[in-house]
Design a protein around this ligand. Structure first.
Ligand code: 3MF
Ligand code: MG
Length: 344
């Protein structure tokens, strides 16, 4: 089996370079100019937060939101682009300070659910059934702040409400163990898949695996992908890289550990990823030091590195690998892989 790969990213991957310690260092690139760059960089899919698609949506009525999203769909069509998914941004508004679905404040939880319904309206208008949930603030800074049982039940209730609101959508949970929270409630992909079992439509709850998020949980991204693939739940990925356990770096794919990247490409390719329309998403940050004119290279090169690793993976001799596995000569196998990478 072989994967079929087409690539996507979100407009937030081209940004002005502000970090928690300093301001913007590059000029803003207008949204339409970003869209015009996708094809040139080799990408066909766009990932959206709800307010990437409809800015200031909290100021608009449901009808106005849908109208704006329909207009955006036409713009995407004109650029020859497809919307991959829409994700509710549940971490910016003052009502989400203590979380969205798991907030201790009933009115704030209500806001999170209403906002998620608008996200679904937007997805529908953009022609995608994929809703991504990065559960940014669904967790705690101190354990005593929330009841973890109630929190899981509240997340399940939110999932159920969304699944009932539109019987065509499917939800992809993007797990992450920390940041901005000290601990989140859905830290790994196993948790994400288990959450689906608390709804009455688990077949419409799957996951998106981000390399850096798996690494922040000290797990192997390719094994996480394998686990999700075995469950038929790997519906999207956010490929990037991460240099050890620290803040979420979103480095260029393969920049730290090309072999770890090779294994991600390999598990996707060997298990037919993309054959049901799944996208290869990148979630990579521009280095703060990049200048205005060179702030999209991380996207272009992440994709190129993926394709180069794909070539290396496909050039490996499976019968030789099988023989070394049968002989349990993993030292020889180790050298075979490293040698293939170093001469590639
Ligand atoms: C956070 C992330 C986010 C999500 C995005 C869509 C900035 O660590 O990875 O990207 O991917 O919000 O869910
Ligand atoms: Mg991500």
């Amino acid at each position: 089996m072989a994967g079929t790969f087409r690539f996507s990213f979100g407009p937030w991957n081209i940004h002005e370079g502000a970090d928690p310690f300093g301001p913007e260092v590059r000029k803003s690139i207008p949204f339409n100019q970003k869209l015009a760059a996708y094809k040139k960089l080799g990408f066909d899919g766009v990932q959206f937060h709800d307010d990437d698609a409809v800015p200031d949506m909290n100021e608009l009525s449901q009808k106005e939101i849908i109208r704006e999203a329909e207009a955006l769909k036409k713009t995407l069509d004109n650029h020859g682009l497809t919307a991959e998914f829409v994700a509710p941004r549940l971490w910016f508004d003052p009502r989400t300070i203590d979380g969205g679905y798991t907030s201790n404040c009933a009115k704030c939880r209500e806001y999170a659910i209403e906002r998620s319904k608008r996200t679904i309206d937007i997805a529908r208008a953009l022609g995608t059934r994929n809703i991504v949930l990065w559960l940014a603030r669904e967790g705690t800074y101190i354990r005593e702040a929330k009841d973890p049982v109630l929190a899981a039940e509240r997340i399940a209730e939110a999932l159920q409400t969304m699944l009932d609101y539109d019987r065509n959508i499917r939800i992809m949970i993007e797990s992450k163990p920390n940041e901005p929270m000290d601990h989140t409630y859905i830290p790994t992909i196993g948790h994400a898949i288990a959450m689906g079992l608390m709804t009455n439509a688990p077949e419409r709850v799957g996951c998106l695996i981000e390399t850096a998020h798996a690494l922040l949980a000290n797990l192997s991204p390719s094994d996480e992908m394998g686990f999700a693939l075995a469950h038929k739940k790997l519906w999207s990925v956010h490929l990037n890289d991460q240099n050890s356990l620290k803040f979420d770096q979103d480095l260029t794919f393969g920049a730290v550990d090309p072999r770890r990247a090779l294994n991600q490409v390999r598990v996707l390719d060997k298990h037919d990823y993309g054959s049901s329309g799944e996208w290869v998403g990148l979630d990579v940050k521009v280095m703060r030091t990049q200048k205005d004119g060179t702030c999209m290279k991380h996207l272009e090169y992440s994709r190129k590195i993926f394709l180069k690793l794909l070539e290396i993976s496909r050039s490996l001799d499976d019968s030789k690998i099988n023989q070394l596995v049968a002989e349990r000569d993993y030292e020889e196998l180790n050298f075979y892989i490293l040698n293939a990478m170093l001469k590639g």
